[in-house]
Design a protein. Sequence first.
Length: 449
Amino acid sequence: MTKIDEKLEPILDEVLRRNAGETEFHQAVREVLESLGRVVAKHPDYAENALIERICEPERQIIFRVPWIDDEGRVRINRGFRVQFNSALGPYKGGIRFHPSVNLGIIKFLGFEQIFKNALTGLPIGGGKGGSDFNPRGRSDREIMRFCQSYMLELHRHIGEHTDVPAGDIGVGGREIGYMFGQYKRLTNRYEAGVLTGKGLSYGGSRARKEATGYGATYFVQRMLEKRRLGFEGKRVVVSGSGNVAIYTMEKVLAFGGTVVACSDSGGYVTDEAGIDLDLVKEIKEVRRERISEYARLKGSGAHYLEKGSVWDVPCEVAMPSATQNELSGKDARVLVENGVIAVGEGANMPCTPEAVSVFREAKVLFAPGKAANAGGVATSALEMQQNASRDSWTFEQTEGRLAEIMGNIHDTCAETAEEYGAPDDYVLGANIAGFVRVAEAMRALGVI
Ligand code: NDP
Ligand code: 2IT
């Protein structure tokens, strides 16, 4: 673990004390504070204004009961969350996650990361996150709809195009956003398209939003490689997960000439000697909503499914963890380094453990942290808000063009900030400092609120 500046230690201690048991939130705050020592040395007024303490305290946290009725007529109860973390730069903005592991600490970690990520995009969006411990696995379409409607029945009073704009995350994709938008529209009697992003194209969605996070992460890694006169051509790439981010990461890696050698879900991973067949993964995950083990069964020779071990055991030059937090351990990182990995791009939020990040840093592996690398999703959400506000709809090429430009800018901002603070190539430091300074400057201007 990197040492944290002694001026910042009491701030971290207080965060740990006041948010007992929220381990993922502690991890996310520590990671950012580790980068801020050089910033407080340069800007003593940040301490006078308690800017760091204020950034670590959410502006508002909403926790509510979500009752719904399953297909057998039984009443079920879940817990709903929305953490409105920081609105210095714009309305709260961030996804909604439906997964049985969801708790307040996880939503707070995600909301905290979102503040800096959104600042890095350069677009006017604050940071927030929501979700529920609802498990969508195996639920019928009607059950999903009833759950989404019940979740929105409470959430609708807290959101709005100028207040808080949710989107998708794990377990929440186009289908769920549609049901939530329908319920919001019905409850408020307003066609307020900009209240949610990730909408379908038939009712106000943006082209390229579905692809944006995976495409954006790949653009970021491509730029990082390019700076060293390298590229994806001929490289073996492992992408973990097989959800929204993973699928569109694989699509762009293939377009850039890389070969995807493995992908996974929470049950295990698949390899394919011919390279992963993305159309088959899409069919299994986007159409049939089945397990990745089906891949090996349907593909036959050359494809293998493994339940034991780790997807990171598969040798590759580029690793793109795109499933969930802490999915890549220190041990996995050592295996990747031994196998010759040259670049790691975090498509997911905080997928590498702190130990894994140290292993990559020591081995001088190019490392793109999630809050920079996966910002293309939320950036394109902000482009969706722009289209909704102007009642316009852009072409795919136009939208992807803006995305590519934004990812290039985020990359360059992180690289230049790292350089300026005396740590060239340290994208973690660059992302944390650049994101933090943008929010801190706005907060300072707005006074003590
Ligand atoms: P999806 O629900 O579409 O896919 C998630 C994938 O990760 C699935 O393959 C899932 O497997 C796997 N996964 C989820 N939880 C676990 C777990 N506990 N252990 C192992 N595997 C797991 O979600 P997204 O693709 O949208 O999100 C993936 C990551 O990217 C998350 O960290 C999210 O926060 C982040 N992200 C998403 C953005 C977006 O626009 N959607 C934007 C920026 C970041 P299974 O089906 O078996 O559960
Ligand atoms: O983690 C993320 O950035 C997201 N899940 C996307 C958020 C958004 O508002 O598009």
